[in-house]
Design a protein around this ligand. Structure first.
Ligand code: IMP
Length: 179
C-alpha cells in the first residue's frame, strides 16, 4: 500500500525515494566537476531549503569548492508564492568568482530572478543555478537553469530539506501533496 503522511493539515504521498535522489545528485556532481574543472566555484547555498541537497552534492564533488550561504524567503507559512522575495545577503566578496547557486526548488522563478539580479551587482565572473527540483509549469519569469535534478508537476512537495511551515525538512524521501 502507498505510504501517506500527514504534516499539519496536509497529506502527502512519496514522489522520489532517497535512492533515486542519491543517484541523481551524484550525476549532477559529476557534471559540475567536469564543467568547473580547474576552477574553484562558490556554491552559494540558499537557506534553508537547500541544506540537505547542498550537503550531499558537495560530498559527491571532487573539485575544490567554497560554500557560502544566503537567505531567500518567499512562502512563509503559505504554500503558494506571491512573487514577493526577501533576499538577505551575506557580505562575502563575490567579485570575479564563479558562483553556482544551490537551490532546493524553482517554482515561479521569482526567488532565483531576484537573487540573480542582486548577485550581478557584485560583478562575479559567472553565475549558474543548480536546483534539485523544478516545476516548469509554474515558471513565470525567464530563467536559465543549468542543472536540474527533477522536473515535477506543479504541486507542493516536502522532504529532503523542503518544508511545509517548517516541518518535513528531515524526511529522507520527497513527498508530494495529495487531495
Ligand atoms: P519561487 O520563487 O516561486 O520559484 O519559489 C522558490 C522557493 O519557494 C523555494 O526556494 C522554496 O523555498 C519555496 N517552494 C516552492 N515550491 C515549494 C514546494 O513545493 N515545497 C516547499 N517549498 C517550496
Amino acid at each position: 500500500m502507498e505510504e501517506t503522511i500527514q504534516i499539519k493539515d496536509l497529506y502527502f504521498k512519496k514522489l522520489l525515494s532517497k535512492e533515486v535522489i542519491r543517484k541523481r545528485v551524484k550525476g549532477i556532481a559529476k557534471r559540475i566537476d567536469k564543467d568547473y574543472c580547474g576552477k574553484n566555484p562558490i556554491l552559494l547555498l540558499t537557506l534553508k531549503g537547500a541544506i540537505i541537497f547542498a550537503a550531499d552534492l558537495m560530498r559527491e564533488m571532487e573539485i575544490p569548492t567554497q560554500i557560502e550561504t544566503i537567505i531567500a524567503k518567499s512562502y512563509g507559512m503559505k504554500i503558494a508564492s506571491e512573487g514577493k522575495v526577501e533576499v538577505i545577503e551575506n557580505p562575502v566578496n563575490l567579485k570575479g568568482k564563479d558562483i553556482i547557486i544551490i537551490e532546493d526548488i524553482v517554482d515561479t522563478g521569482y526567488t532565483m530572478q531576484s537573487l540573480m539580479n542582486r548577485l550581478q551587482s557584485f560583478e562575479p565572473n559567472s553565475i549558474e543555478i543548480c536546483t534539485l527540483l523544478f516545476k516548469p509549469k509554474n515558471l513565470v519569469v525567464p530563467l536559465q537553469v543549468k542543472y536540474i535534478g527533477f522536473e515535477i508537476e506543479p504541486l507542493f512537495v516536502v522532504g529532503y530539506g523542503l518544508d511545509y511551515a517548517e516541518e518535513g525538512r528531515n524526511l529522507r524521501d520527497i513527498y508530494i501533496k495529495i487531495d
